[in-house]
Design a binder for this molecule. Structure first.
Ligand code: ZN
Length: 270
């Protein structure tokens, strides 16, 4: 009887261990899928040249007036250009905002039609969400973009393979996310970003919330409130300018990367 009980306890312990192990593997796999710098699934742009005093400001999830417009005002006043990864369903509602981004010289990137998790799409669905967004961007700003950012940073071999086939460079970020969607004050967002801003950095802020069109919802204005990102933009730009940084768009960063001399060669010639 006692032996039976201890055998049962052993099985229970083994079961708990196995479940714990499975959970740990699942968490590790999930983190790998969304980890911005992981190159396991194929090459993505995580940062620019580490030997040039440049930084790229990027915004996801818009257009989302009035906050996107307010960010554009700050960028204009500071003579700085940024990159907006836009969500198709919001582009269709606010094409004028995207047109203005393009007119200001800011770059536009594809952030899918409805901000879905791309690992849940089959190939046809993946193509559809990117192509539909491309059409909306073209209707708004008369341009086709060649950069995209997967929502939640989620990708695997299949996703990146299709993205490349469609002619996109997948773009991640190097500065850890400031969790600006949790509504921290502007100075907190700015401090979180500035701590990690270095040569060639890609900063990722949010001018919207997964492309949600709050004007069509009732009593949910807070969902779309990105006023802290507007003020954080001002603080980040002012500080980095003082530190000698030049602001570039993602397409500019891509060009700089492809023209950058190989490290070893430039060191040999020094
Ligand atoms: Zn997003």
């Amino acid at each position: 009887m006692a032996r039976q009980r201890s055998a049962r306890r052993q099985w229970v312990m083994r079961g708990i261990f196995a479940v714990g192990l499975l959970a740990a593997v699942a968490v590790a796999a999930y983190e790998t899928v969304e980890n911005p710098s992981n190159q396991l699934f194929g090459k993505t742009l995580v940062s620019g040249p580490a030997d040039q005093r440049v930084v790229a400001l990027t915004y996801d999830d818009g257009p989302n007036p009035p906050y996107t417009n307010q960010i554009l005002e700050v960028l204009r006043a500071e003579h700085v250009r940024a990159t907006f990864f836009v969500v198709g369903r919001a582009v269709a509602v606010y094409p004028g905002v995207v047109r203005r981004e393009a007119e200001d010289g800011d770059a536009i990137g594809n952030h899918t039609w409805s901000h879905g998790h791309l690992l849940l799409y089959d190939v046809a669905g993946l193509r559809r969400t990117l192509e539909r967004t491309d059409s909306a961007i073209y209707a708004a700003a008369k341009l086709h973009t060649h950069i995209m950012r997967p929502p939640f940073g989620a990708r695997d071999w299949l996703v990146l393979g299709e993205v490349r086939k469609l002619g996109y460079t997948p773009v991640m970020w190097s500065v850890p996310l400031a969790n600006d969607w949790e509504y921290p004050p502007a100075r907190v967002i700015a401090a979180r970003v500035l701590r990690y801003a270095r040569d060639g950095a890609i900063i990722d802020l949010h001018d919207g919330n997964q492309g949600i069109v709050c004007a069509r919802l009732h009593g949910s204005a807070r969902l779309c409130d990105r006023s802290a990102d507007v003020e954080a933009t001002r603080l980040i730009v002012e500080t980095l300018k003082r530190e000698g940084f030049r602001f570039v768009t993602i397409p500019e960063l891509v060009r700089m990367q492809s023209h950058a001399p190989m490290r070893t060669l430039s060191r040999l010639s020094e």
